[in-house]
Design a protein around this ligand. Sequence first.
Ligand code: BES
Ligand code: ZN
Length: 456
Amino acid sequence: MSLNAVLDRIDEDLDSAVARLLDLLRIPSVSTDPAFAGDCDTAADWLVAQLQDLGFDAQKRPTPGHPMVVAHGDQDGPRILFYGHYDVQPVDPIDLWDRDPFDPQLEDTAKGKVIRGRGASDDKGQLMTFVEACRAWKAVNGTLPARITFFFEGEEESGSPSLVPFMQENADELRADIALICDTGLFADRTPAIVTMLRGLLGEQITITGPSKDLHSGMYGGAAMNPIRVLSGILADLHDDTGRVTVPGFYDGVPDLPEAVADQWDGLNFDHGTFLGDVGLSDPAGEQGRTALEMLWSRPTAEVNGIWGGYTGDGFKTVLPSKASAKISFRLVGTQDPHAIRDNFRAFVQERLPTDCSVEFHGHGASPASQMSIDAPAFEQARKALSDEWGVEAAYVGCGGSIPIAGYFKDILDMDAMLIGFGRDDDAIHSPNEKYDLECFHKGIRSWARILEALS
Ligand code: BES
Ligand code: ZN
């Protein structure tokens, strides 16, 4: 078994690996929109075929939502479960894309070659890094160095509604010595990272109804309550002047950052000026008295993700609308309880409703934060392998985003999960013109080859 031969093989095969990724990116597997359910199915079939081609016993497994893909290898060695998600976010606003999001392409840019298209970074490009590492390993050695199971989900971007029951029903089949998750980023452009804490997520949609129908805002304005005014007031009330969230009980379960972790994060020398400067901002906007990294990794948030009502088309219309709506998400940390926060938020809204207004709530997923224990030797082994590939010591970091399954591995399967990914901050995940740097794809594949060797 020669790692160098595998790394060489990866280098030689890069063009074909990109071509395979482009094939997967052409499938518009948007999980949140029922119009794309057939495409989610097609993406699952595509992955099954790829894994069968690698000699895995691969199956598309039905759920009440989009299918899972589960594939088992037959080699001996430590049991490793690899997780990724084949679903992607919607593409809107489509007019801000410079190309068709599902007609991906390798592009030359000032900063190097990029693979452009929806899902290039989140998460198709990333999940393919592991598949390609296995492909190269097998081509060189005829076998793999571990007993590998692939577990791909098609609902991550819509809150993973089928995941918990599926994991419970298939616990014995899925349990392994460790889970590897490739759905996060590098710490800095060339600093690899292992994520040790991830925020949880609670999604809520609210619709406030005032008058029974849209009204002329001159004929009724003044006497009739406007639901957009009510909604704006409630949303404005969500934060106080110091940036804290005002929902009662919201901070229950938010831990103090251990001093050792605070010191370690200080040592990362995170440059919030550049991080914010890259997106046209300058001032960290969270709770006063917190560092930018705390705001991103260890503090909870409330954000309005969408707001609508009344007339928003071209021109002008003097309407006093019947309804106003918003989508709100809360990022959670520590042991904050998503269900308690949901109840408290709903009560917070109800208390602020004037006479004649009513509200409807619709929940969109609730997953708690997760904290990874890094005691298992695999963590230091992987850190060394990453450092060898990137030439920079890998960092233990937090992640502001959410990956519901990260915590379920511990809770349901009692196994550790190690989160390693190769995305960059400017990948524009969830945004127009998403991309994955060719360098990240290439070095990502090489990193997994090294990690596989280190773990086995
Ligand atoms: N890959 C992301 C998580 C992520 C975000 C990692 C930012 C690193 C940096 C993941 O696919 C994602 O976007 N998750 C959603 C989850 C939600 C819809 C339940 C998120 O965080 O909004
Ligand atoms: Zn993702």
